[in-house]
Design a protein around this ligand. Structure first.
Ligand code: WTA
Length: 628
């Protein structure tokens, strides 16, 4: 269905439709000059010679920094009167107060004024060589038609609309149509199962319908802090949570990070291969590039279709300048011959980006040396659905700055990473690890969890009062660079997909044969992590390890998505527990990492024999699966 609808949007008739008047807003001149050019007089003094100076300004004089950028980079209907009113202790996060704008106008109309026939989207379909280009004018027309369709179906400002489509122009136009009429979109990854989709639709109480409408749609006047979209992501407990992003702050942060992390220039072709159902697709396929008036690629295929040269053939054919992908794909591709890369011309490439999980050194080196011919800086970008945009990353627009493999390096403008120990003390020194928090609010951060502000506070703001807690651990090197060390909670990261172990356990525990279970992430060569399920069977369940594994794999694929299916299911008599009855996950984690000799302090463990049996069972299972 989604594919069928998608095809209609590239119909040639679109270009014959009259241009949509911008209406309310006069678009401003758009320039890709250096960031310092946007700073007010007071802070563009001569000492601002490089990014380090500017970074200092961005955190020490946040209001001046963000105020200047908010004014110069976004087109407003009503100017804001205050830059921010934020208090992380209280959970109050508001940016650009009093300001009114329309996100779709910022992403479309003002560029239609400047260059209507500039290509906004290049839709790279599943089969190579069938790409479709959509200009800014065409995208505006399509967006307006969809906006009118939604209105006619009764969708009103503030209503939630779920979008379940692969990356294609119609999907982008649907997001922008919601933004245009003031509805809130909730894009669901097209790989999710029907049940996951249904959960998200029910939670967001949304509706969807289709087109054939007028190509002009007046933009709604939105307050800076009105909701722009919901995006569901896994948490360490309970059901996935719908993170809420608002209009102005998110858009500004998306545009700014897109410009300065990737050094995006006016005529560049930006190739982010993420699905639009993820935050990476929202920020770096849609909102960042379009707000900057750029040309963005919608990649609908896979890295190995029709062969492992697909990315690089696409780079050659579309002349992509910035390529932004995921470590799991890079690890997969480096196992094939380098010829798959070298046979294609990659001279257009200027920056290579990575996101979603740690980019291990081997993958970094291959990306840098083979793909980028040591010419293109690699930006290992750390951020989250919650942060809205990139928070820690090298900045190639800062010439001469050091970039090291295996780390995200430096905070972006306005981001103040802080490491804390488990007692909540701030760790000031270098060469130290701790819980990664951010000490000041920034415009792109999520504002709440839909329908559950209490959970938002409990998850992000109360663990370390006064700080935003990311859930990740980090190491700060001797030189002050940041290296991510992994999640501190029960979230695992499979090929860049976030998965709460509790979500999987909930499904496993509902199986008739299961008494209890524990789901653990284990290191996987390509996927980064894989799911490993420990199960205690009910008495006389009649199931064996093999029959249960097959059923659980199918069940989890169906209830969540294929990527969530466990690689291993181990049946055991008991799970290791503390004397107070808590499952000792760290013990299971060491076992699945094949580090049974490093189990650590076991004084609270209730049954040592159970652990020995689990270690033996694990060896058997892994060896058996290998030989199979
Ligand atoms: C992990 C994706 C190491 C991290 C944009 C984070 C990373 C979670 C990196 C967010 C990176 C993301 N290095 N780990 N460069 N980027 N992560 O919400 O654990 O899907 O908290 O957002 O992915 O995943 P999410």
């Amino acid at each position: 269905m989604a594919r069928l609808l998608a095809r209609t949007c590239c119909s040639k008739t679109l270009s014959q439709v009259p241009r949509c008047p911008v209406g309310l807003v006069a678009a401003r001149a758009w320039s890709h000059g250096p960031l310092t050019a946007y700073m007010p007089e007071a802070i563009t003094f001569s000492r601002l010679k490089d990014h380090q100076d500017l970074y200092k300004v961005s955190v020490d004089q946040g209001d001046a920094f963000w105020g200047a950028l908010g004014r110069s980079r976004l087109t407003w209907i009503t100017p804001f009167h205050s830059v921010q009113d934020c208090d992380l202790h209280q959970g109050r996060i508001s940016w650009f107060l009093g300001g009114q704008l329309n996100v779709a106008v910022n992403c479309l109309d003002r560029h239609v004024h400047a260059a209507p026939d500039k290509v906004a989207l290049i839709w790279e379909k599943d089969e190579p060589g069938e790409e479709v280009r959509v200009t800014y004018r065409e995208l505006l027309e399509l967006t307006c038609r969809l906006g009118n369709t939604l209105k006619r179906q009764g969708v009103k400002r503030g209503d939630r609309v779920t979008i379940y489509m692969p990356p294609c122009p119609l999907a982008v136009a649907s997001m922008l149509a919601c933004a245009r009429i003031g509805a809130v979109h909730a894009v669901v990854f097209a790989g999710f199962s029907a049940e996951s989709l249904a959960d998200r639709i029910r939670d967001g109480k949304s509706q969807w319908e289709m087109m054939k409408e007028d190509a002009c749609c007046e933009p709604a006047v939105m307050d800076s802090e009105d909701m722009l979209f919901l995006l569901y992501t896994s948490g360490s407990t309970g059901k996935p949570k719908g993170l809420v992003h608002s209009q102005a702050g998110y858009l500004l942060f998306a545009a700014l990070t897109h410009k300065y992390v990737f050094n995006y220039q006016d005529r560049d072709i930006f190739g982010c291969v993420a699905d639009i159902g993820w935050i990476t697709g929202h920020t770096y396929v849609v909102y960042g590039p379009l707000c900057n008036g750029g040309t963005t690629v919608l990649f609908e295929s896979t890295p190995v279709h029709p062969n492992p040269g697909r990315y690089w053939e696409t780079v050659e054919r579309l002349r992509i300048n910035q390529f932004y992908g995921a470590p799991t794909a890079i690890r997969l591709l480096l196992r094939y011959s380098d010829e798959w890369v070298k046979k294609y011309d990659r001279s257009s490439l200027k920056v290579l980006g990575s996101v979603g999980e740690p980019l291990n050194k081997e993958a970094w080196e291959w990306y840098f040396r083979v793909v980028g011919e040591t010419r293109c800086p690699v930006v290992d970008t750390w951020w989250q659905t919650e942060t809205g945009g990139i928070c820690i990353s090298p900045r190639p627009s800062n010439p001469g700055a050091e970039i090291l493999p295996g780390m995200a390096m430096r905070p972006f403008f306005g981001i103040s990473p802080t490491l804390l120990d488990d007692k909540g003390n701030v760790l000031l020194e270098n060469n130290i690890s701790g819980a990664l928090c951010i000490s000041q609010a920034w415009p792109g951060m999520a504002r709440t969890i839909y329908n559950d502000h209490k959970r938002f506070l409990e998850t992000y703001l109360t663990p370390y009062p006064g700080f935003f807690f990311t859930g990740d651990g980090a190491y700060r090197t001797r030189k002050g660079y940041y290296q991510l060390t992994g999640r501190l909670d029960d979230i695992i990261n499979i090929s860049g997909h976030r998965l709460g172990t509790a979500e999987v356990e909930d499904i496993v525990n509902h199986h008739v044969a299961v008494a209890e279970s524990a789901v653990i992430g284990y290191p996987h060569e390509i996927k980064g992590e894989g799911a490993y399920v420990f199960v205690v069977l009910k008495k006389d369940s009649g199931y064996t390890q093999e029959t249960l594994a097959a059923e659980l794999q199918e069940l989890i694929s169906k209830k969540i998505a294929k990527y969530a299916a466990p690689d291993y299911v181990q049946v055991t008599h008991r799970l290791p527990k503390t004397r107070s009855g808590k499952i000792m996950r760290r013990v299971l984690r060491k076992i699945v990492e094949d580090k049974a000799s490093e189990l650590g302090d076991l004084t609270t463990l209730d049954d040592h024999e159970a652990v020995q049996q689990i270690i033996e069972g694990h060896k058997h299972l892994v060896e058996g699966q290998k030989s199979y």
